[in-house]
Design a protein around this ligand. Structure first.
Ligand code: UDP
Ligand code: UDP
Length: 478
């Protein structure tokens, strides 16, 4: 009997990386009934996911009759990295990354040995985008690997071409936001909309330099794969047909958008939804399509001025709203203002929560629009649930993601915010919300398109759909 396929799924300890990696892990188990999956992130993130785990981080959790196992790897630090607002402490990330790569590589090598020692040899390593060394560790042992790209294919294609002959033109024009960069197979892109790490971080002094060098290392290691690297992408053909034709030498397989499994089991992550989930009852009492949901992901910070404008704008819409203001954001605001944020949070028409189950919220019939920072997970969750978006992109891939939402799929509008620190004004927020929730023909059209895309995405992920077929092709090759 051939050995059972065994996937080691490795991910960086950000919530926005853990969630899609875990969702992919569950898809792999569903697609290959005899497969095993070991899911691995750093010890600190692992302990946040499973608070009952012993402090040594060595404990594992078995699920699904032992087919899914959680086993942490060491990042070489005691405290690990807990993502707080990158805007309030940009250098913490660089400092962490300086030792993360070498420590992670050593530890994952030991994880592979330990699994082999227990008769659970790994047949495929699947690693998310900030772990380029994972491909090298796998290659050293003769284990095939696949990159799991958790941003759009369009963004993968931009990085690919940047690192294959187009760095100079981007660098030369990096201070000219409206300059149009021409990359093979892609529509011309304004410098301002390129992934921010490409235009901000070629200098070692830049706070996000390590993100840039990690991505550079990633594209270097992909080029070492023969005949080409396998790249699973959390997207589907229907959403990104154009970009898929522009990705160059690698074998790119769209397998998304991955969502929490339909069985509705609680999804582990480094954040926990508010226990009493009062916001769901609050939503239950609201008419269909009436609520504005506002959340900017797990990393973005917020200045006090922005919070005040945001709440002013939301009150100005006259619509009920549910707004996520994370605990760390609240804490930072309190420090900055020298006083609590509670007076700013004197909400009339809405409720604020520190964290929620976002997919559940977006799936609720009462939610009529999502004001989002356009993290790729948030964008996909919104498209998959048919909720139109107001885009407030800031950094990384978010501006490209907003372009897909507004120009390609036409399921949202983009707010006017300048640069990373620019403030979204109350009037503009109100304008945007009206443009997707109001009575105009244009707003009705945005809502109609959101419904169309919801159906298209469900088809892609359904039995025999395009993403299901890509995943099967990958599993069959394992
Ligand atoms: N999220 C959530 N509850 C919240 C806010 C965010 O569950 O209150 C989840 C969201 O569903 C998504 C992830 O956190 O899966 C954020 O990932 P994304 O790529 O959107 O942004 P990032 O946090 O990486 O900036
Ligand atoms: N939180 C966050 N980023 C993190 C960890 C936590 O924004 O990386 C927020 C989030 O809202 C979470 C809440 O802090 O639900 C509580 O987390 P925890 O109590 O573990 O953090 P601490 O008490 O150490 O601040």
């Amino acid at each position: 009997m051939p050995p059972r396929p065994h996937f080691l799924v490795l991910t960086f300890p950000f919530q926005g990386h853990i969630a899609p990696a875990l969702r992919l892990a569950r898809r792999l188990l569903a697609a290959a009934p005899d497969a095993l999956v070991t899911f691995s992130t750093t010890e600190v993130a692992h302990r946040r996911m499973f608070p009952a785990t012993k402090p040594d981080g060595g404990a594992t959790t078995d699920e699904d009759a032992g087919r899914l196992e959680f086993l942490p790897f060491s990042d070489g630090t005691e405290a690990g990295y807990v993502a707080r607002s990158t805007t309030t402490d940009p250098n913490a990330f660089n400092a962490y990354m300086a030792s993360f790569h070498a420590a992670g590589a050593r530890s994952v090598a030991r994880v592979l040995d330990a699994l082999a020692g227990r008769g659970r040899s790994v047949s495929r390593v699947v690693y998310s985008l900030l772990l380029p060394w994972a491909a090298d560790v796998a290659r050293d042992r003769g284990i095939p690997s696949a990159l799991y790209w958790i941003q759009p294919v369009a963004v993968f294609a931009i990085y690919y071409h940047y690192f294959h002959g187009h760095a100079a033109v981007v660098h030369e024009h990096r201070h000219d936001p409206s300059f149009l960069v021409e990359l093979p197979g892609l529509a011309p892109q304004a410098v301002a909309d390129l992934p921010s790490f490409l235009t901000a971080s070629t200098e070692p002094s830049d706070p996000l330099h390590s993100a840039f060098t990690t991505l550079r290392d990633l594209f270097e290691t992909l080029d070492k794969e023969r005949p080409g690297a396998t790249v699973l992408v959390n997207t589907c053909q229907e959403l990104e047909r154009g970009a898929l034709a522009a990705v160059g030498a690698h074998d790119v397989l769209p397998v998304g958008p991955v969502l929490p499994s339909a069985s509705g089991e609680e999804e582990a992550g480094i954040y926990k939804p508010d226990d009493d989930a009062k916001y769901m009852e609050w939503l239950d009492a609201k008419p269909a399509g009436s609520v504005v949901y506002v959340a900017f992901g797990s990393l973005a910070g917020m200045a006090r001025e922005q919070l005040e404008e945001l709440l002013l704008g939301l009150e100005g819409t006259g619509r009920p709203y549910l707004c996520v203001i994370r605990k760390d954001v609240r804490a930072a605001l309190s420090n900055e203002a020298g006083a609590g944020v509670d007076q700013a949070l004197a909400l009339k028409n809405g409720v604020a929560v520190e964290w929620c189950d976002q997919v559940k919220v977006l799936s609720h019939a009462a939610v009529g629009c999502f004001v989002t920072h356009c993290g790729w997970n948030s964008v996909l969750e919104s498209v998959a649930t048919g909720v139109p978006m107001v885009c407030v992109p800031r950094m990384s891939d978010q501006r490209m993601n907003a372009q897909l939402v507004v120009r390609e799929w036409r399921v949202g509008v983009r707010a006017q915010v300048d640069g990373t620190g620019g403030v979204l004004r109350a009037e503009d927020l109100k304008r945007c919300v009206d443009e997707v929730m109001g009575d105009s023909e244009a707003a009705a059209e945005v809502r109609r398109m959101a419904g169309e895309w919801k159906r298209a995405v469900a088809e892609a992920m359904g039995k025999g759909g395009s993403s299901g077929r890509s995943l099967m092709a990958f599993v069959d090759g394992a």
